[in-house]
Design a protein around this ligand. Structure first.
Ligand code: ADP
Ligand code: MG
Length: 242
């Protein structure tokens, strides 16, 4: 049982990030160049390298688009939202992907509005990143339970998976740029998520049990009803209600 609070120390300065990005992009570029030279010299038939070259290019593309998202000039559309509706949208968005992996998504939530002040698209991005990790941790299927609840002056989005869990030494590295244990991972999803949640004065808490699964809590400050007056709430009869 490992628990970890992520704070601003985990957020890396631009210089370290730039060095990391350069390194991560140089590796696939170097191998692409090598393949091209080999092909140009006529020592190899071109088609045998196409698949590898394509996957190297896809990797560069994935890194660049995640970096772009991080560096996008922030159009801050701060608004008070019921987080249940943001999570509901995200669950629907990822349903097809979950089904393809033999995964059932369960969604539970408090029966009253859970107001948060934030940038909806960014919050959505965090939930997507964390749910995708949960899906990727369960190649043999199972259930992912997503719940939203209020607790004191906080609102929590909890994502529970039935994956293998995370060993202690890995837990320390999660959220560092480019830390990944996946063949096709970028190791940027959690770093981006920590940064977004930190900007929202929230935090992400990881609780993982080897062999049982991982619980990721995304915690935001609860906004009081008064400042939330006039905002649209969550539909009473959502198809995802349990
Ligand atoms: P990526 O998904 O591209 O690897 P992330 O930053 O999203 O990058 O995650 C970093 C690493 O954290 C993953 O490679 C994985 O080792 C670990 N991780 C994250 N979420 C989970 C999870 N739910 N179960 C097991 N491992 C996880
Ligand atoms: Mg990820």
């Amino acid at each position: 049982n490992e628990e970890l609070l992520i704070n601003s120390e985990k957020l890396y300065v631009a210089g370290q990030l730039a060095a990391g990005i350069a390194h991560e992009i140089r590796n696939p570029l170097t191998s692409l160049k090598g393949f091209l030279q080999l092909m140009a010299s006529g020592r190899a038939s071109s088609s045998q390298y196409f698949e590898i070259m394509k996957s190297e290019l896809t990797r560069i593309e994935a890194i660049v688009s995640e970096m772009l998202m991080l560096s996008k000039p922030q159009v801050y559309e701060l608004a008070v939202k019921d987080i249940r509706s943001i999570v509901n949208d995200t669950v629907i968005l990822l349903e097809a992907q979950a089904i393809m992996h033999g995964i059932v998504l369960e969604f539970k939530h408090d029966e009253f509005p859970l107001w948060v002040n934030g940038v909806e698209n960014q919050i959505k991005q965090v939930i997507i990143n964390i749910m995708k990790n949960a899906i990727e941790a369960m190649p043999d299927g199972g259930t992912i339970t997503v719940s939203c609840f209020g607790e004191g002056d906080t609102v929590t989005v909890r994502v529970v998976d039935e994956g293998p869990g995370i060993p202690g030494e890995q837990l320390q590295k999660m959220g560092q740029p480019f830390y990944t244990t996946k063949d096709k991972g970028t190791g940027l999803g959690l770093m981006v998520s920590y940064k977004i949640v930190d900007n929202h004065k929230g935090m992400i808490r990881v609780d993982s049990h080897l062999g049982t699964g991982t619980t990721m809590d995304i915690i935001f400050p609860l906004v009081d009803r008064e400042s939330a007056a006039g905002e649209a709430g969550f539909p009473d009869s959502s198809p995802k209600d349990h």
